[in-house]
Design a binder for this molecule. Sequence first.
Ligand code: NAD
Length: 488
Amino acid sequence: MSVLTILDSVPTRLFIGGQWVQASDSATFPVVNPATGKVIAEVADATAADGEAALTAAANAQKAWAATSPRERANILAKAFDLVIEHRDELAAIITAEMGKPFAESVAEVNYGAEFLRWFAEETTHFAGRYSVAPDGRNRLMVHHRPVGPSLLITPWNFPLAMATRKVAPALAAGCTSVLKPAALTPLTALRFAELLQDAGVPAGVVNVVPTTQPGELTGPLLRDERLRKVSFTGSTAVGRAIIRDSAEQVLRVSMELGGNAPFLVFEDADLDAAIEGAMVAKLRNGGEACVAANRFLIHESIAEQFTSRLVKRMNEVTMGDGAQPETQLGPLIDEKSRTKVHSLVESAVLAGATLRTGGEILPGEGYFYPATVLTDIPAGAQILREEIFGPVAPITTFRSEEEAVSLANNSEYGLVCFAYTKDLNRTLRLAESLETGMLGINTGVVSNPAAPFGGVKQSGLGREGGAEGILEYLETVYVGISDPNER
Ligand code: NAD
């Protein structure tokens, strides 16, 4: 099937209560391919009233969905996994068309995203409460879990499928209904995913999808509505903070996957070949538009020049272009605003005295392309070391000792992920205990795994997605105290 045929058949209306509907004011908004700047679809633009209708559908479906058996929910999730895999190439083509990443990376995202459906299908039936004798030997303590209830799921544009499955799958597994609000830049993948969920047997109203260009207007009233019990947000720290504030009124359960500023540490004993491979993945996967992208390269001074020249060589070999072309390794950034931001971070670093080793130039032509870029000699405290770059730019700085490396790595308000290359086991353990991070990759440039708890500390977030922890975000813990059965 050609991309045009695929895009022609993607649903573009809102998905509320199992129906595909227009926005209440019939408004639509354009979705743009960032490789060409051309409009590829017009999607219904949900209003606050549509958001409320979606919550009503979710609230009405909550009781029946919570009453389904774990096996029933597991079977539906397993079917959804099968359907996503069956439609892998089609979903990948949609992701590339609306988000820009190379097709092979979109395929990898579909595989990764689908695994959340499989993981939580399995979790559904394995999850148990507990029964114990109180320490004084008298009462009995029973602990069980109940679904939190209708949940608002807000996702970003950088992984249009995986960020949705990472929330929808545990919500479904736990017995929660939901309103999914995808990013307006990439709504098509979420809408097609909703169609597959419907085909998998998810009942009407259990998952609702409302793309909108007015996110605050839609989510604000939902966060204040007493029928909503939870919000799970993935996106920038600034928006996350605002949602936490709005969640206070109803004291909602809150999960936050926010920004990162990942340090990539290479120690003097590292396998340099592996470190270069890891650096390429940690920096260029998703074009650097990932919360877990390496944002600051901290290299031991004894190997810094060797690491830099090898990285520059590899970055120069990268083929940039439309993600739909098979040779493309680096796609465009998501939009002009993002490209301007990335470029201004590079320009201000250079103005402050940094050396541009490669890239750093916007070439004329259509699309929002930015070349793979390497900077060295960056002054301490430069904006590019403090902010999430969200682009294919590698700023390299050096350290002299492990103590200094840890101190530099921890010098950030964020704490999502760190990467470290070393062969020393004791050092690995020291890093695991001293780095302020939710996740640590040792000798690897990728940590994301549906079976592991993904999430950050400090201003990178609250809660975890995936792993044994993921389902807990959608469950309430209920304790039942039972009088001693041996007492008469
Ligand atoms: P964003 O914060 O602009 O948007 C995220 C989502 O929030 C989108 O759906 C958007 O429409 C919505 N939104 C925006 N303003 C809102 C408001 N006032 N009220 C309610 N919703 C609102 O982020 P983005 O640009 O889409 O994504 C990039 C950010 O996401 C980066 O900071 C990145 O680090 C972060 N991210 C984090 C993780 C993680 O797991 N920690 C994963 C992916 C992306």
